[in-house]
Design a protein around this ligand. Structure first.
Ligand SMILES: NC(=O)c1ccc[n+]([C@@H]2O[C@H](COP(=O)([O-])OP(=O)(O)OC[C@H]3O[C@@H](n4cnc5c(N)ncnc54)[C@H](O)[C@@H]3O)[C@@H](O)[C@H]2O)c1
Length: 281
């Protein structure tokens, strides 16, 4: 009987797998690790755990990361956790290697960490922060993982958390909004190229594109104010399905499917989880 069968009574869709997840202490990342753990995965998780100057809503804290670890351990899974910035490739490699040392192999990568530096009082630094965290951070996350995944010859799955703003032009006019849209489109370029590069090793690479999700990135008063003061952004919100925002688990279920063997021949795909937002445009 696997550990998952002991704790959950059924066979998990990720039994025997280890997942590396960035931005895991809050919002979507917290939901991803819960969902992956429920399905049997052990985890290597990182989070910045401190503010970014151009981000108006609170990012996660060290306490959030400890809580996330406790929650996953309570599901019977093992976790290696580090306070790490995805912009710092050397530190990210160290965190990844600590997980590899503990578990031997890592099969799933979820490049989830991201920021929306949308300031009412716009600053050019917001462009750079969006690109550095969302695009360069995603590049680092995949780069640190590739060598061990190829060497293990077990295949694998890499999932990039992009956005509807990675598929259509909805960034608005601010430095941070343009940086967000550019970074999320850039992530698609990475995804498509890595999908081709890594296919011979049976490593699949896909991206998910959520509409607004009920996390601090959307619900914090600073973000509500930012959207309200830009008429085009407030008009851009409505989904086709009658729901203002979706829940983190809706995105995590898509991540889980892409991570699992159920999606074994799915690669190079941009998967909207968007309540029909893109189709409506
Ligand atoms: N919430 C939405 O509406 C929405 C929609 C589409 C896409 N997304 C994307 O989903 C992902 C998660 O966003 P969220 O809504 O959960 O936001 P969030 O702010 O709730 O969570 C993001 C997490 O990433 C961490 N983080 C930020 N910068 C980091 C860095 N440099 N290194 C490591 N960790 C870092 C934060 O501390 C936080 O725990 C992001 O990539 C975001 O762009 C969110």
């Amino acid at each position: 009987m696997t550990a998952h069968e002991e704790t959950q009574g059924t066979k998990g869709r990720l039994d025997g797998k280890v997942a590396f997840v960035t931005g895991a202490a809050g919002g979507l990342g917290r939901s991803h690790i819960r969902r992956l753990a429920e399905e049997g995965a052990d985890l290597v998780v990182v989070d910045l755990c401190r503010p970014v100057d151009t981000v108006p809503y609170p990012l996660s804290t060290p306490e959030d990361l400890s809580d996330a670890v406790e929650e996953v351990e309570a599901l019977g899974r093992r976790v290696v956790a580090r306070q790490t910035d995805v912009r710092d490739r050397a530190a990210l490699q160290e965190a990844y290697d600590a997980g590899l040392e503990e578990f031997g192999e890592i099969h799933v990568v979820v490049a989830n960490a991201g920021i929306a530096p949308l300031l009412v009082e716009d600053r050019v630094e917001a462009w750079h922060d969006a690109i550095d965290v969302n695009l360069t951070g995603t590049f680092h996350t995949i780069e640190v993982a590739i060598p061990s995944m190829i060497a293990a010859e077990q295949g694998g799955s890499i999932v990039i958390v992009s956005s509807t703003a990675g598929l259509v032009g909805i960034g608005g006019c601010s430095n941070g909004g343009l940086g967000y849209a550019a970074s999320k489109h850039g992530a698609v370029g990475l995804m498509r190229t890595y999908a081709n590069n890594l296919a011979p090793h049976r490593i699949r690479v896909n991206s998910v594109h959520p509409t607004g999700v009920a996390t601090r990135m959307v619900t914090d008063p600073s973000m509500v104010e930012f959207v309200a003061q830009d008429a085009r952004l407030s008009e851009e919100s409505p989904n086709a399905l009658p729901v203002d925002t979706i829940e983190p688990v809706d995105v995590s279920n898509a991540v889980l499917w892409l991570a699992s063997d159920e999606a074994r021949y799915v690669t190079g795909v941009t998967l909207p989880v968007d309540a029909g937002f893109i189709n409506r445009r």
